[in-house]
Design a protein around this ligand. Structure first.
Ligand code: NG6
Ligand code: CA
Length: 515
């Protein structure tokens, strides 16, 4: 009896100790990290940021359990430079060839560069990328053979696994690339791609508008037709490897879920870059007719659904607690970006930028101030909204600090460890943030001011989208205690203009640093 009792006690004790050890193990275990990187999602496009015409319950959940940032900035107002800077920690404007890339651009990040994925990998993480890439593939622009493994791809940049779109959904090739090879390759339909000339006999949106049964262009986008939608660039073949736009979110999401399941027992880093809500907006049937903003609203709902799927998977596997999730966007929003999807007429009072001026492409805040949410239940226990000034350029150095990774000397030169900001433990503003507009005009944003350097360029985006560029041939200065750039006060505060100009000059020539 006695023995039995002792036995029970010791059994209970051992299992208690074991549980404790497991607990310790769990607490010391590195968090999984998931970047959910939306495309063209504006500061005002999510319900938790004030959107009224669309429900985003899954992002709302992340915001209400984590930190919702109201003064967070992408580094550029278009995709390629923004992604380049975020993934390498180097401002894209330092490196030629980082503007919006064609679908047959060669790899823009060179294999020798240190990337976010290298950083996580060096710290023992399994790493993967899903969805929109838009940073080039293969070693030479326009020379890729899409029918064979590409000589360099994401595996050379630190990603163990990748299932991506070469560029954007509005650019050919319209196939997924899995680990550097066309996924679901169809040998009966060899793939050819050109951004210069069409292939004989292939229809285009321009010459064969009767074949555009899914979406018609409003400007540009009148070249090869895939899935009843014309694109930028020419492509031939593809066969069963060609994507269907309505299934893109499902494909990306299901591959990401598989990756989570496969790596549930080791720390993983996942770059989950959605196609939503970039054009062509063509979400799955099950989202149709459910939003009064039409396709653009439905694409936002689909974006939120993808997040819900990831969360459900993490919840089911007991991984949510120790997974750090970041939700953000590569640049600000645009309404008509080249397809006749009625986005403009159906806004129904919705403002994609919220109260901000400008939008995608623009030097104004709407171009680069984006939604930003950090969720990590184990560490962030006090949900909050934070107006601390932060930039995506710092993600690399900050997360390196979190996972104890060493960044090689000279790598990620513009990225600073601001981990305290991201976790809500330090609300000191970044002293300045640099933003790049689509014509390379740079701005310096501080907590209180915004300086936009003088530049050539029209007042409005000249090719279709109705967006103020923020360009002026003299320097502009705005007080940021008013939301959005209200009044240019450059002539009233010449010393302030000088001070911010000076910061920009020093950042350019790398003679300034911050803590
Ligand atoms: C523009 C495209 C636009 C979009 C953008 C890149 C035209 C007329 N417009 O050139 O539709 O693709 O490039 O967007 O072609 S981004 O979000 O990937 O930067
Ligand atoms: Ca974008």
């Amino acid at each position: 009896m006695k023995n039995y009792h002792y036995g029970m006690l010791s059994l209970a004790l051992t299992s208690c100790l074991a549980a404790h050890a497991a607990d310790n193990d769990k607490t010391s275990k590195k968090p999984n990290v998931i970047f959910i990187y939306a495309d063209d999602l504006g500061y005002g496009d999510l319900e938790c940021y004030g959107a009224k015409n669309v429900q985003t319950p899954n992002v709302n959940r992340l915001a209400s359990e984590g930190i919702l940032f109201t003064n967070a900035h992408a580094t550029a107002a278009t995709s390629t430079p923004s992604r380049y800077s975020m993934l390498t920690g180097e401002y894209a404007w330092r490196k030629p060839g980082t503007d919006v890339a064609a679908g047959n651009a060669g790899m823009i990040i060179s294999p020798g560069q240190f990337t976010m994925a290298d950083m996580f990998k060096s710290s023992g993480y399994a790493t993967a990328a899903f969805g929109k890439w838009h940073l080039g593939l293969g070693d030479k622009t326009a020379q890729q053979d899409w029918n064979a493994p590409l000589p360099c791809a994401l595996g050379d940049l630190g990603f163990d696994y990748s299932y991506i779109m070469a560029a954007t959904a509005d650019r050919v090739p319209c196939v997924f690339i899995e680990n550097g090879k066309v996924a679901n390759y169809d040998p009966s339909a060899p793939i050819e791609v050109s951004y210069e000339r069409n292939f004989p006999g292939e229809p285009t949106g321009k010459d064969n508008p009767e074949l555009l049964y899914n979406l018609k262009p409003s400007h540009g986008h009148d070249m090869s037709i895939i899935n009843g939608i014309s694109r930028i660039g020419f492509m031939k073949g593809g066969g069963k490897a060609l994507w269907k736009d309505e299934n893109i979110a499902d494909s990306i999401t299901s591959h990401a879920i598989d990756f989570i399941k496969q790596h549930k027992d080791e720390p993983f880093f996942m770059y989950f870059a959605t196609n939503d809500i970039h054009v062509p907006r063509f979400p799955h049937e099950r989202f149709r007719g459910k939003n009064k903003m039409g396709l653009r609203g439905e694409a936002i709902a689909q974006f939120d659904w993808s997040i819900g799927q990831l969360l459900q998977t993490l919840d089911k596997m007991g991984l949510t607690e120790n997974t750090l999730i970041i939700v953000s966007s590569d640049n600000g929003p645009v309404v008509d970006d080249g397809y006749d999807d009625r986005a403009e007429e159906l806004l129904n009072g919705h403002s994609p930028t919220g109260p901000l001026r400008g939008g995608k492409y623009s030097a104004f805040e709407g171009g680069t101030r984006v939604p930003f949410i950090v969720h990590w239940p184990k560490k962030i226990t006090k949900p909050q909204a934070s107006d601390v000034l932060v930039s995506q350029i710092d993600w690399l150095a900050s997360l390196a600090a979190l996972v104890d990774a060493r960044v090689p000397r000279g790598a990620a030169p513009d990225s600073y460890n601001r981990l305290g900001n991201l976790l809500g433990e330090d609300n000191t503003d970044r002293p300045w943030v640099i933003e790049q507009a689509s014509n390379h005009t740079l701005s310096v944003r501080t907590k209180d001011w915004k300086y936009i350097e003088g530049s050539d360029g029209p007042k409005m985006v000249p090719w279709g989208p109705k967006i103020e560029t923020g360009y002026l041939n003299t320097p502009q200065l705005y007080k940021m205690d008013q939301v959005g750039e209200v009044k240019n006060v450059a002539t009233q505060y010449p010393e302030k203009v000088f001070e911010l100009e000076n910061i920009l000059r020093k950042v350019r020539n790398r003679s300034i640093s911050i803590k």
